[in-house]
Design a protein around this ligand. Structure first.
Ligand SMILES: O=C(O)CCC(=O)C(=O)O
Length: 221
């Protein structure tokens, strides 16, 4: 049957990049936690890195703050992009967001130093809607998702440079996400050494918070 075949193929194609605590969670989240390896061409990676580097270099890396989820990072919220980068971001929008979804006006750019990492957290529901989509540059990393009520349920996403990940619905609301520190950076048995990583993250606005509607949030989540 054509439909059944498609499901099997899609599950297989996820296997190299997504692993989980069991078949049930993998199947349930197959459209909610998605990795698209090689989403960016080498030229597109270069375009984004070159555009971001001067802005990031002006900032200092930040370390533990009493409630910070991120360690060893610098970041910016960027709303003006070159034509070439805008074309990339339009591709992200088409790949990850539905036609009815409005995106936050600024894109979040996060630069993790080699020892930097992101602790488990769920993005604020006050400021971010149901979809988060991130491009990874420079270094591979492992993103771990853990169910907030059932910690035995987890997924790991292998994020290679040039990949796009998408978290939506249950993967975004019911699971925390984190980027593993270098010492813990394994995808199953496979060691994934971490170096400096830049991510470019687009988020949807919370539903009912479109442009022009009251209560538009600040650009950062
Ligand atoms: O760097 C990433 O891809 C994830 C960033 C993240 O978890 C966040 O900003 O909330």
């Amino acid at each position: 049957m054509a439909g059944g075949g498609q499901v099997v193929l899609r599950t297989l194609s996820q296997q190299g990049w997504v692993r989980g605590s069991g078949a049930a969670v993998l199947s349930r989240l197959q459209d909610a936690a998605v990795v698209r390896p090689g989403f960016l061409s080498a030229a597109e990676e270069e375009t984004l890195s070159r555009e971001l580097e001067p802005e990031l270099r002006r900032r200092r890396y930040e370390y533990d703050h009493w409630d910070a989820a991120i360690h060893g990072f610098r970041e910016t919220e960027k709303s003006r992009w070159s034509e070439a980068s805008q074309a990339i971001l339009r591709r992200v929008q088409a790949a990850a967001f539905g036609p009815g979804q409005t995106l936050l006006s600024s894109v979040h750019v996060l630069d993790l130093e080699p020892q930097g990492y992101i602790k488990p957290h769920v993005d604020s529901i006050k400021f971010c809607g149901s979809t988060i989509a991130g491009l990874s540059l420079l270094s591979p990393s492992v993103m771990r998702l853990v169910h907030t009520q059932e910690p035995g349920e987890w997924l790991e996403l292998l994020l290679e440079p040039g990949s796009l990940y998408i978290l939506r619905g249950s993967a975004r609301y019911d699971f925390s996400h984190e980027i593993l520190r270098d010492e813990e950076s394994f995808f199953g048995e496979r060691r994934i050494p971490r170096s400096r990583r830049i991510s470019v993250i687009c988020r949807s606005l919370p539903e009912g918070m479109g442009p022009g509607e009251p209560g538009q949030p600040p650009p950062a989540c």
